[in-house]
Every structure is written in structure tokens, then in C-alpha cells.
Design a binder for this molecule. Structure first.
Ligand code: ADP
Length: 847
């Protein structure tokens, strides 16, 4: 066992506790003694230094106050007596009467203080009175001055002070009241306006001398005696008393005005002035109110003081307050200093007591500490120790007992050691066996737990929907995939029957047929069911299961797995539907095809028929066309010969017999000749027309511009005649029969010149590309053509004008159209009557 942990766990050691106890009690005692000696013992008559000092001080203050009050009252009485004496005497009485008379004259006589005093000074009694006043002042030495004042005007008539005679009295108030009570001496405190000193002013009216008219009472002159407050009264109050540094005696009026200057300045540093400063402190207030007593309070500075206050009756209805006070701090200073030294001594005593206490504590606790140390060693197993047996008898006895106890413990310890050793050997063996067994068990348990967990893991995580039921057909295991597929949580499924998750129809099937069969056979394979998912969807499944049965062939538990064949079923249904639809459409389409086949056969038949018809018409047409061309050729060729003969005959007839057969015959001959000429032209044109195809030359690349130039040269005569202007753009090379292109251009340009509007014809030839062909345009400014005739003009012999108007055969444009058609081109006209015409024709690139 750890040595230190066996130690007592108290905060302080024994000897320190003893020392602290002694020290604390000595401090307490010293403090109590100090407090009692200073402030006394409660509920007893002992008041301590403080109480004693306070009592003494208050007694002292009361004593001083009484003394000073007596002195002041004595002095006042004496002064009053002085003034009573001074106010009597014949000369004064006579002078007073004279003064009264003087001041009571009507105002208009010009009475002033000066005039009064001048007049009185001349009075025989004046010198006498003056001498008496002077003697009085000098004899008593207590008055600063004595005055005689006219009561009505306040004029100072007689004064012991220089330069005052003839002036007006400073404080009229003082003698006004005095004059009304003529028998009394009134005492006031006034500040002299000239020398600014504070005086105790005693005043008394000069009494009647018997001759005076009683009705004029109250107007007698007043005699005033001035005693200096600071010079006379203050020393009187302050002599002979030990009042310390802060001791002060104050005099206040009944209105609490300070009558003498105060000893201390105020807390704000100002010096309170006599008669100006009003004292609010409690002692002064109490004294001014007429009380006598002692009080513990604050003075006018706010400093704590002890004070004795007295009221002094200075005259009937008039009094002063007197306060004798001293600062508490000064009075108590000896007490505090005594307390300080007592405390020092007390502290020294306490320190000594503590040192002694430590020593005593040490001596008491040392043997105990030693014993406790030995006990600790025994506790920690060391039994070979012994306590010292010297020292005080109590400790000796304790040490003996201790040693015999150690001896006993040693014996027990040895015996115990032997037994423990034996038992330990047995225990170690048993322990080892137990450990081995526990380890084996743990290993087996771990293996079991691992196997179980693996089985559970495999069951739950296998990606096949699995469930197992117990003997009551309640689901006891279910795989995650099962839950995921149907959307339930494990808690919702466990404890339910598998049939709870089937559609009503499947459930009926299961309960009535499949489950009884499964219980009988012990297995089922690919049984078709419909299951209900949590979200209400129905899925198709194929379920297989086998039963785990006990010896009595009763179901213990089962394992079922199923797979979702919903998609398969859906696909099957969709396929079937598509197949059905397809078949239906094939039937429909076949019927429609048969119908259209029939129609087509009919149409083909009709076409064949039409084609045959067309072919025979075409053959007819070709034959007739060839016949026509042959006819045209033969007719024009064969007709030329007889026509030439007719023409020759007619010309011969004209030549020989003109003018012989009469005018009418001549005319007829001329007609016949013209007709033959025309016929000749017609036949020539017809012949040319019929030769376009039969005598056409092969097509070849030809410079159209060159042809254009040749054409202009050919037409030069008629151009010049008509004054026509022929212009043309650069023209392309084209695949044509050059003679026929020249024929086309010649016919069109000559028409443009022929069908002019009276002004010189302007003809312009241009060419532009359009698709696979060149479009040539011949534009003029001639008479133009009405759009109604656009087609007609291209037909043989079709003319719009009479021959007499414009000559021609009506074959020109027919020939042009025929040539263009030979070149697989087209021709058309754009025209506006009165503006001009444009003849367009195309020459395809192939020609
Ligand atoms: P002919 O010129 O011999 O009469 P055409 O076949 O050349 O025969 O012309 C047929 C008719 O077309 C003319 O009679 C005339 O009325 C009209 N024609 C042809 N070319 C023009 C043209 N450039 N301006 C106005 N009329 C025209």
C-alpha cells in the first residue's frame, strides 16, 4: 500500500491546529479587551475611554458655556446701568428739551441735521454734556463712542467721535424702537457704515425731567453707547478657558445671524462675516430659539462637534444664542492615540502568543506524530518497527500497547501468508482451466454468431424475393429484395401471412388449392400468383417453395422464392394483341389489293385499247401529212409551169394589144397579169413551205451574228427605202440549218419594216439563255397586233390586212413557225397595238 495514502488527510497538522487555535483566541481576546476599554461594556455602567472622554468634554463645554453666559449677562447689566446713569442729569435734560424744540419746528423753517447741531452747540448746556460724555468714555474704556441723537430726524447732535456731529444717524431703526420705550435700555448689534466694525449698541431715551409735555412723549432724544464686538466682547468670551485648537464660542441673533466673526472658514473657503452670515447648524438654531443644553451635531462647516448652547436674554423680548463647541476629532484624539498604542501592544502580545502556541503544539504533537509514522509503516507492511518508550507516562503507556499490538499483527501476518500461498496455488490452477474453457466457448460462440450473421446477410441481401413462414404460416424472415419489390417495410411484413399480399383471386386460389397441396407434397414449383404492391400495383409472379418438416411431418418452417414475371406477361399480352391486329390488317389490305388489282386490270385494258387507237390515228396522220406535203409540192411544182405560160400569154397580150381592145379590156388584162403574179408568189411560198422538211439541210453550229449580218445585207434595199434602223446585240453560236435561220430572221425583220407606223422603223434583235435553249427576240416599233390574233397569224395564208394596205401572201410567219418547229423550238408573239411587237423564238442547244 502507498505510504502517503495512509496518512490522515486533514488540511493542517496537529501542532499547527493547536497553534492556530491559541493564536485565534488570543486575537479575539485582545480585540474584545480593546473594544471594551475604548467603548465600554454594554449593559453595565462602564463606558470605556470613549464614553469617559465624551462625558468629560460635554461637562467641560457646559461649564464654559455657563461661565461665558454669566460673564456676558453681567457685562450687559453693567452697561445698561452705565447708560441709565449717563442719561440722567440736568444739563442733559435741558439740552434734550432744546433739541426737541429745534427739530419740532415746521419743515419750511429749513431745519437740517447741520442747522440743528449748530444751534445746539451754541446752547450753554452743550459743553457740559459733551464733557460728561468724554469723561465717561475715558473712564470706562469699554465704549468706543457715545452719541446723543434727535429722535425725529436722526440728527447726531452730540458725539464723542470726531466729525459725527451734524450728520444723520446710520441706523435709524435702532433708536426708533428705543425711543418708543423710553425707560429701557435696548441692546442691538450694528455694523458701523463708516469704520465697518461691529458694535454692541446700547440705547436709551433721555428721560423726562417733569417740565416736558407728556403729549410729546416718544420724541425725546436718544443716548447711544457703542461697545466694539471684536475688541471688547470677544476677549471677554475667550479669556482663560482651555478650548483646544478647534474650540469656538459663537453668538447668534434670534434670526441666527452671526454676531461676531467666526473662527473657521466655510467648506467652500469663504470667511463668514458677522451680521451677514446666517448659521443653520443645529446648536445655533436651538440656542436662537431660546433653548439651553448640549448636543452632538455638525457645526456650520459640516464638521462633527460636541456643543453646549445657551440663550441669553439681552433685553425684554430680545435675546442672543450662544454656542460653545469643539470638534469631536480633537476631543477624541487622545482616545484614538491611546487605542492605537493599545493595539500595537495587543499585536505584539498576539504574535508572542502565536509563537508560544507553535512551540507548545509542537511538543504535544511530536510523540503522536512518531506513533502515527510507526503505524503507517506497519500499515505499509513493515512489521519490524518499534515505538520509543521514553517521554511522558501517557505516551509511554501508549507506546507499550502499540508495540504489543505490532507483535500480534506480525504473528497473524505470517500465518496468513502461508494460507494465502496455498490457496493462491489452487486458485491459479482452477483459473487457468477456466480461462481455457472460456476461450473455447468464446471461439465456438463467435463461429456460431458469424455463421448466423452470414446466413442472415445472405438471406436478406440475396437479389431474390424470399420469405419464410413458421408453423402458423406467419412470415418470420423476408429478404430486402422482397421488400423493395413490393414496397413494404420489414415491420409491416413480419408476422403477416403471405396470402395477405395476394390479390383476392390469387388468395382464394392459394387457400383452397395451392397451400393444401404444398402442405401435402412439401414443395411447390412455379405456381402463378398475382401479388399486391403497397402502392396498389399488381404484379405477376411465379412462386416456388419447400417446407421444413419435423418427425411427425408437421410444418416447422418454409422457404419461398418467387420471381416477377409481370413484364413477361405484359409482353406476351402485347405480342398477342399485335399479332391479332396484324392479322386483321393483312386481311383488310389483301381485300383492298384485290380490289385495286381488278381496277388496274380494267384500266390497263382501256389504255391498251386507247394506245392502239392512237397508234392507228398517228399512222393515219403521218400518212395524210406526207400526202399533204407531197400534194403541196406536186401542186406548187406542177402549177408553176401552166402559170408561167398564162403569165407569158398575158404579158404578150398586154404588149401587143394594149390600147386596141378598149379601156375595159386593158384593165382586165392588167388585173389578170397581177393575179398571175400573185399566184406565182403564192405558189413559190407554198413550195418553199413544203420544202422546209423535205429539203432541209443538216443542223450545224452556226454563228448567229454572222447570219444576222448576211440578213441585213440581203434586205439592204428595203431597209434603205423605208429609212429603217436595224440594231442587234452580240448573238450566240447555235446549232441550226443556217439557210433556214437566215430565212426566219429575214421574214421577221421584213415584216417589222413592212408593218411600220409611218415613222422610220426601228428593229432590234437580241438573244438570251433560258434553260437549255437560246431565246431570240425581234422587237419593232410598228403598228402592233391585237392579242386576239396572236395565234392566227402563224397559220398558212392568214393575214390581218388587205393586200392593197400591206402586200404579202400570209405565208411568211407560217414558214417561220415550221422552221422553228423543225429545230424543236417554239415561237410566240408579244404585242400592243400602236406601240410595237416582239417575236420570240427558241433554238434548243441540241438543235
Ligand atoms: P404577209 O406578211 O405576207 O401578210 P405573214 O404571214 O408574214 O404574211 O403575216 C401574217 C400577218 O401578220 C400579216 O398580214 C400582218 O397582218 C401580221 N404581221 C406580221 N408581222 C407583223 C409585224 N411585224 N407587225 C404587225 N403585224 C404583223
Amino acid at each position: 500500500m502507498d505510504r502517503t495514502s495512509a496518512r490522515p488527510t486533514g488540511l493542517l497538522s496537529l501542532h499547527l491546529e493547536i497553534a492556530l487555535g491559541i493564536a485565534a483566541s488570543s486575537v479575539l481576546i485582545a480585540a474584545l479587551v480593546l473594544l471594551a476599554s475604548t467603548f465600554g461594556i454594554p449593559f453595565t455602567t462602564y463606558t470605556g475611554f470613549y464614553g469617559h472622554e465624551k462625558k468629560q468634554a460635554l461637562e467641560n463645554l457646559s461649564f464654559v458655556a455657563d461661565l461665558k453666559k454669566d460673564r456676558l449677562e453681567n457685562w450687559l447689566n453693567e452697561a445698561k446701568g452705565d447708560l441709565s446713569i449717563l442719561s440722567t442729569g440736568k444739563s442733559l435734560g435741558a439740552l434734550a428739551r432744546r433739541i426737541e424744540e429745534t427739530v419740532s419746528r415746521p419743515a419750511e423753517t429749513g431745519v437740517t441735521s447741520k442747522s440743528v447741531s449748530r444751534e445746539i452747540a451754541r446752547d450753554p448746556n452743550y459743553a457740559n454734556v459733551m464733557a460728561r460724555f468724554d469723561a465717561f468714555v475715558k473712564t470706562y474704556e469699554r465704549y468706543s463712542k457715545i452719541q446723543l441723537v434727535a429722535a425725529d430726524t436722526g440728527s447726531i447732535v452730540v458725539s464723542t467721535a470726531e466729525d459725527e456731529t451734524g450728520t444723520t444717524f446710520g441706523s435709524v431703526k435702532a433708536f426708533e424702537t428705543t425711543s418708543r420705550s423710553s425707560q429701557e435700555v435696548k441692546v442691538d448689534v450694528e455694523k458701523d457704515p463708516v469704520d465697518l466694525r461691529t458694535y454692541v449698541v446700547l440705547s436709551k431715551s433721555v428721560p423726562y425731567d417733569g417740565t416736558q409735555d407728556a403729549s410729546r412723549a416718544g420724541r425725546a432724544p436718544v443716548i447711544l453707547a457703542y461697545a466694539d464686538m471684536e475688541k471688547l466682547v470677544r476677549p471677554m468670551l475667550y479669556t482663560g478657558e482651555g478650548m483646544g485648537k478647534t474650540g469656538e464660542i459663537l453668538l447668534v441673533s434670534q434670526e441666527r445671524r452671526a454676531l461676531m466673526s467666526l473662527k473657521h472658514s466655510l467648506p467652500d473657503g469663504t470667511i463668514p462675516k458677522a451680521l451677514a452670515y446666517q448659521i443653520e447648524a443645529t446648536p445655533a438654531r436651538l440656542a436662537a430659539l431660546g433653548h439651553n443644553g448640549i448636543v452632538e451635531s455638525k457645526d456650520y462647516r459640516g464638521v462633527p462637534v460636541w456643543a453646549a448652547y445657551r440663550f441669553i436674554q439681552v433685553s425684554p423680548g430680545q435675546g442672543w444664542g450662544m454656542v460653545v463647541k469643539q470638534d469631536v476629532s480633537e476631543i477624541m484624539a487622545p482616545v484614538w492615540s491611546g487605542g492605537f498604542y493599545t493595539s500595537i501592544i495587543g499585536i505584539i502580545g498576539v504574535v508572542t502568543a502565536c509563537v508560544l502556541a507553535l512551540a507548545i503544539g509542537r511538543r504535544i504533537s511530536k510523540p503522536i506524530d512518531e506513533l502515527s509514522e510507526i503505524a503507517e509503516q506497519v500499515g505499509s507492511g513493515n512489521l519490524n518497527v518499534k515505538a520509543r518508550t521514553d517521554g511522558p507516562p501517557e505516551i509511554k503507556a501508549l507506546a507499550h500497547t502499540f508495540n504489543s499490538m505490532i507483535e500480534d499483527i506480525r504473528n497473524w501476518h505470517d500465518e496468513l501468508g502461508r494460507q494465502v500461498e496455498l490457496r493462491t496455488t489452487q486458485l491459479v490452477k482452477v483459473n487457468q482451466e477456466l480461462h481455457a474453457e472460456i476461450a473455447e466457448r468464446k471461439r465456438v460462440e463467435d463461429a456460431l454468431r458469424a455463421g448466423e450473421q452470414r446466413y442472415k446477410y445472405l438471406y436478406e441481401k440475396t437479389p431474390v424475393p424470399l420469405h419464410s413462414v413458421n408453423d402458423r404460416f406467419q412470415i418470420i424472415h423476408v429478404s430486402d429484395y422482397w421488400l423493395e419489390l413490393l414496397g413494404y417495410s420489414r415491420e409491416e411484413v413480419l408476422g403477416k401471412a403471405p396470402v395477405d399480399f395476394l390479390t383476392p383471386a390469387s388468395r382464394l386460389q392459394a387457400e383452397q388449392v395451392n397451400i393444401p397441396r404444398f402442405l401435402k407434397q412439401g414443395s411447390a414449383k412455379d405456381v402463378s400468383y398475382q401479388m399486391l404492391k403497397k402502392n396498389g400495383e399488381v404484379i405477376d409472379v411465379l412462386l416456388s417453395a419447400f417446407a421444413d418438416r419435423d418427425a411427425e411431418d408437421e410444418l416447422v418452417q418454409s422457404l419461398s422464392a418467387f420471381y416477377d414475371v409481370t413484364d413477361l406477361r405484359r409482353t406476351e399480352r402485347a405480342l398477342q394483341q399485335a399479332h391479332d391486329e396484324l392479322e386483321e390488317r393483312v386481311l383488310e389490305r389483301t381485300a383492298a389489293l384485290e380490289r385495286s388489282n381488278l381496277e388496274l386490270a380494267t384500266q390497263i385494258e382501256q389504255r391498251k385499247h386507247t394506245e392502239e387507237k392512237l397508234r392507228s390515228v398517228l399512222a393515219d396522220l403521218t400518212t395524210s401529212n406526207q400526202d399533204l406535203e407531197k400534194f403541196a409540192y406536186v401542186a406548187s411544182h406542177d402549177l408553176q409551169e401552166p402559170l408561167r405560160n398564162v403569165a407569158s400569154c398575158m404579158q404578150l397580150l398586154e404588149k401587143r394589144h394594149k390600147g386596141e381592145l378598149g379601156a375595159e379590156s386593158d384593165q382586165l388584162i392588167t388585173y389578170a397579169v397581177d393575179s398571175v403574179k400573185t399566184m406565182k408568189l403564192l405558189i413559190e411560198d407554198l413550195l418553199a413551205f413544203s420544202r422546209i422538211v423535205t429539203r432541209g439541210k443538216p443542223l450545224e453550229m452556226t454563228d448567229a451574228e454572222e447570219i444576222m449580218k448576211l440578213t441585213i445585207r440581203n434586205l439592204e434595199q428595203s431597209i434603205t427605202r423605208a429609212g429603217a434602223v436595224i440594231t442587234y446585240d452580240p448573238l450566240p453560236r447555235v446549232r441550226v440549218d443556217r439557210t433556214q435561220l437566215m430565212q426566219v430572221l429575214q421574214n421577221l425583220i421584213s415584216n417589222s419594216i413592212k408593218f411600220a407606223r409611218g415613222e422610220p422603223p426601228q428593229v432590234h434583235v437580241s438573244a438570251r439563255r433560258k434553260g437549255q435553249a437560246w431565246v431570240f427576240s425581234v422587237t419593232d416599233n410598228g403598228i402592233g397586233i391585237d392579242s386576239r390574233f396572236f395565234d392566227r397569224i402563224f397559220i398558212i395564208f392568214q393575214r390581218l390586212h388587205k393586200k392593197i394596205q400591206y402586200g404579202g401572201t400570209g405565208m411568211g410567219l407560217a414558214i417561220v413557225k415550221k422552221i422553228i418547229e423543225r429545230h424543236r423550238g417554239e415561237i410566240w408573239v408579244e404585242s400592243q397595238p400602236g406601240v410595237g411587237s416582239t417575236f420570240n423564238f427558241t433554238i434548243p442547244d441540241g438543235g
